[in-house]
Design a protein around this ligand. Structure first.
Ligand SMILES: Nc1nc2c(ncn2[C@@H]2O[C@H](COP(=O)(O)OP(=O)(O)OP(=O)(O)O)[C@@H](O)[C@H]2O)c(=O)[nH]1
Ligand SMILES: [Mg+2]
Length: 710
């Protein structure tokens, strides 16, 4: 396989609306570059990009796919990403390495929630964007409407660079405002005939040209001056203006295609070659501040942005080279752990098709297999620059959480290890083994994401997975002081057990007045791993309890702090004063005092007006303004406290505090209330006391569960 020079490489990602035709466009791009000799079709399950079983079965993309094509002697790497927002991790990883996002919008539908989601990701990455209005050969295609929607959603910098002359079933001609020509495509697509703009289109073309030239000129001051001088720009100036403008997100040109019938595709490839930013034009900064400009003379540095597991190959790591040249057999350093890695098998990838390559230059994207210990987001470098790291990709926070178990408990262990493997190939799948909740918690990007995980368990691993509601990490504490004592006594032949503990407890806070009637001889302050404190005071006088039993008493209390007396949740913020007790000369031992301490603590706790605290989150919801009422009603039904609202374009942002207990599967509800357009973030704020009716329910539920266990 040919080794391409940096100057011969462009990298783009196909992102955007679900089912808008990204995979189909990729197929035509590969076909035009002769990387494949037959054009497949998503409906026939034979495309280069959607080659995984799940994708063929569902007929939509699930994983991103690295592909490439060759056009005019240049290599264009293409990452085809899935459109459904649940797979946003794939889009994010792709945007972290490409220079341009081709954002597809379906000209028959319009800007939907998935299109908006893709756009939001480009904002985060500050990515240059080229819009592609696709499916213009569809009888329902409406170009003017899609342009109106793109501008209304994404602003005035969205600029028509091409428009269709005859959108609809007979679609074959495009007016290209950059070339100032009409492109007429033959039946079956391919290379167009380049014609003068017909008289009938001149007025419209002139009007749209003006807007394009003005926006392109804004790409640089120099061009702006030229434009004022000459009232127009030459083809080269226009290209330069668009290239510079795209780089700074000053212009987002719209192109036209019918990907399925291969119309507009060659011109799009041509434009990518001539005008889209080059790898050298989008440097990447390492965390130590060094900027990598995709210069092959620099020491080698690459970033791994994706990992997959392929039959007969095992783990495949996909990377972009930001400096130097990667050569087969190179020994490099993984800067996450300082370990050596050998890059033994380098491959250029077009979906399933992989060709060995001897080296990969700066700016290019390729893959390596069987790396020892390298993951997505790792940086591999020349040992000379082992302090360079490209840092995290910035995957989104999870928005859906469920508890998970295998239907057959014998499969639990296997399930855990498969989930961990799944996280490796999709960083937005998060698995936590919660000791506190005694549950395995799975987090992801929505229902479809969870269903995809289940699909793999059903179809590949043959394990029946069950999702169920995660427990809430409640906390228990007390609101007033109380005393209690407990005598643990057991006589069963031989040596017995005896220990008696008297204690006083009170809520702990920094400024809590301390009781004056106990002579404090020692204080142990314990930060609980789950937050809050236990402050243990030894107030024993006259040897009522031997000093050597105090640690056992503390241990007894700690056990109860870990499984609180009310609901078995963690307890916090309690001060304990152990002030009296009794021993037996023979029968007293550590076990007896541990049990006496634990029981005394439990009964004091229950008399100290205990309360249950629940985690409360800061919730920020962004919804289209017309859906605000519905979103508000919904969260008010979730015990939310509204903190404020503000407008953000056509959207409203609602900020509120909500108890976690009310937010199970909120992503699903918000999505159904807002047809997928609403988004939200949730961050932990604090613990707050639950209302008394909720506390009663929790106590009852815990009692019932205990009885069941007994
Ligand atoms: N008429 C027409 N149909 C198209 C065109 N492009 C794609 N399609 C059809 O639209 C459907 C979706 O196409 P895909 O290529 O899978 O779309 P996608 O954007 O990759 O979808 P996801 O990856 O699932 O988001 C398929 O049935 C395609 O055959 C087009 O230009 N014209
Ligand atoms: Mg697709």
């Amino acid at each position: 396989m040919k080794v391409y020079k940096t100057s011969e490489i462009k990298n783009v990602a196909l992102i955007g609306g679900a089912k808008s035709g990204k995979t189909t466009l990729a197929e035509s791009m590969l076909f035009e570059g002769k990387v494949i000799d037959r054009k497949g079709c998503v409906d026939d399950k034979n495309t280069a990009s959607d080659y995984h079983d799940i994708e063929m079965q569902k007929q939509n993309s699930v994983h991103s796919t690295l592909l490439y094509t060759e056009y005019d002697g240049k290599k264009i790497n293409i990452i085809d990403t899935p459109g459904f927002s649940d797979y946003v991790g794939e889009t994010v990883a792709a945007l972290s390495v490409v220079e341009t996002a081709l954002l597809l919008a379906n000209a028959t539908g319009g800007v939907d929630a998935t299109t908006e989601n893709a756009w939001r990701q480009t904002v985060k990455f500050n990515s240059p964007v080229l819009f592609v209005a696709n499916q213009l050969d569809h009888e329902k295609a409406n170009f003017d409407e899609i342009v109106r929607q793109l501008k209304s959603n994404f602003g005035d910098k969205v600029t028509v660079a091409q428009y269709p002359v005859n959108a609809g079933e007979d679609f074959d001609s495009i007016i290209d405002l950059i070339l100032v020509k009409m492109l007429k495509f033959p039946k079956g697509g391919g290379a167009p005939e380049v014609l003068d703009i017909p008289e009938s289109e001149k007025a419209k073309a002139d009007e749209l040209s003006l807007a394009l030239i003005e926006n392109a000129a804004e790409g640089s001051d120099e061009l702006m001056e030229k434009y004022f001088e000459n009232d127009t720009l030459s083809l080269d100036e226009m290209r330069e203006g668009i290239r510079l403008g795209m780089r700074t997100r000053a212009i987002f040109p719209i192109f036209c295609t019918a990907a399925k019938s291969d119309i507009g595709v060659t011109r799009l490839l041509d434009f990518i070659n001539h005008s889209c930013p080059a790898p050298t034009g989008r440097p990447r900064k390492a965390t130590n501040g060094t900027e990598f400009k995709c210069n092959s003379e620099d020491p080698m540095a690459l970033a791994v942005f994706k990992t997959s597991v392929e039959p007969h190959m095992g783990e495949v790591s996909y990377f972009k080279v930001y400096g130097g040249v990667v050569t087969e057999g190179d020994d490099v350093i993984n800067t996450r752990n300082g370990n050596k890695e050998r890059l033994s098998q380098l491959m250029v990838v077009a979906g399933k098709k992989r060709d060995k390559v001897s080296s990969v230059n700066a700016g290019d994207i390729a893959s390596a297999i069987k790396l020892k210990d390298t993951k997505t987001e790792d940086t591999l470098v020349d040992p000379k620059i082992s302090d360079v790291d490209f840092g995290p990709i910035g995957f989104p926070e999870p928005i859906i959480t469920t508890a998970v178990k295998a239907a057959e408990s014998t499969d639990d262990e296997k399930m855990g290890s498969i989930l961990n493997d799944m996280h490796k190939i999709d960083n937005t799948i998060i698995v936590e083994h919660s000791r506190e909740l005694r549950q395995i918690i799975l987090k992801g990007q929505g229902d479809l994401h969870l269903n995809t995980i289940k699909w793999y368990f059903d179809n590949v691993h043959k394990i029946d997975l069950e999702y169920y509601e995660p427990k809430i990490p409640y906390r228990e504490t007390i609101t007033k002081s109380a005393r209690a004592y407990y005598r643990h006594k057991k006589q069963s032949g031989g040596s017995g057990q005896f220990g008696e503990v008297h204690l006083f407890i009170q809520p702990y806070s920094e400024n809590m007045p301390k009781p004056t009637d106990f002579p404090v001889r020692g204080v142990d302050e314990h930060e609980m791993p789950w937050g809050g404190k236990l402050v243990f005071h030894n107030c024993i006088v006259g040897g009522a309890i031997d000093a050597r039993f105090m640690p056992a008493i503390l241990k007894g209390l700690m056990e109860r702090m870990e499984r609180g007396p009310l609901t078995g949740s963690y307890a916090r913020d309690i001060a304990v004063y152990v002030y009296d007790g009794k021993m037996h000369p023979v029968d007293s031992n550590e076990i007896s005092f541990k049990l006496a301490g634990r029981h005394a603590f439990s009964s004091a706790f229950k008399n100290a007006k205990p309360k249950i605290m629940e985690p409360v989150y800061d919730l920020s919801i962004r919804v289209p303004e017309e859906m605000m009422g519905a979103a508000m009603t919904d969260i008010q039904g979730r015990r939310a406290m509204i903190m404020g609202m503000e407008a953000d374009g056509h959207y409203q942002v609602i900020n509120a505090k909500v108890p976690l207990a009310e937010m199970h599967r909120y992503a699903t509800s918000l999505s159904s209330i807002t047809s997928g357009r609403g988004t939200f973030t949730m961050t932990y704020d604090d613990y707050q006391q639950v209302p008394s009716d909720v506390q009663d329910q929790l106590l009852k539920a815990y009692e019932e569960a205990q009885e069941e266990e007994d």
